[in-house]
Ligand binder design. Sequence first.
Ligand code: F6R
Length: 235
Amino acid sequence: MKFIVTEDYEAMSRTAARVISGYVSSHPDCVLGLATGSTPIGLYRCLVEDYEAGALSFKDVTSFNLDEYRGLDPQHDQSYRYFMEHNLFSHVDIDPARTHVPDGACPDAAAACAAYEQSIAEAGGLGLQLLGLGHNGHIGFNEPCESFPAAVHPVELTESTIQANSRLFDRVEDVPTRAITMGIGTILKARRILLIAGADKREIVEKALTGPITPWVPASVLQLHRDVTVITCGE
Ligand code: F6R
């Protein structure tokens, strides 16, 4: 595992963008696993800048997002599809048909999950997976639980995640309580993993990446992957 501690959020975002743009430049038709949340916003801004400067193209890139709320329309401004359109997809030359976000609107969640796992496999698997980190150690929406989920699956969000995400909604009652997420097995199959975590995650970063490997701290499983880069920041 490679740890990079940067000075501040800007430096973390720029350093992470360099990892992704380097990967895309050397693998132009790669499959990127992407994350939403507050942490990667700066990183996506840097990627858009690189694209606008002519230094990066997503023309042949395929993307799969980690997760999506269930029951939110993709046009809803808190859906993860909307987040990706707003922060990255609409600003770069990625082919919209190659961008994938789990189908949170499908009434048959099990079918949507199976279809998503299969699409990832058919695309050749994830090349580089970007991850953020929840304060409870979750990655994607894999919440602390008794075992590591293998594949894309529907989840009930924990109270702490609902509370954390409520900052983005008018009222806590508006936060969806269900989601679809890649499983831990889906994530671990990625050839490379890039985890970014801001200064507020210092405690959980240490617990997850140096403590015991347990599904009660889902990110601890990353200790078993052979190509993980962790970028954090001091403030
Ligand atoms: C988002 C995701 C989540 C977030 C995590 C951290 O797609 O999968 O695991 O990465 O909740 O969120 P922020 O960055 O908002 O602290």
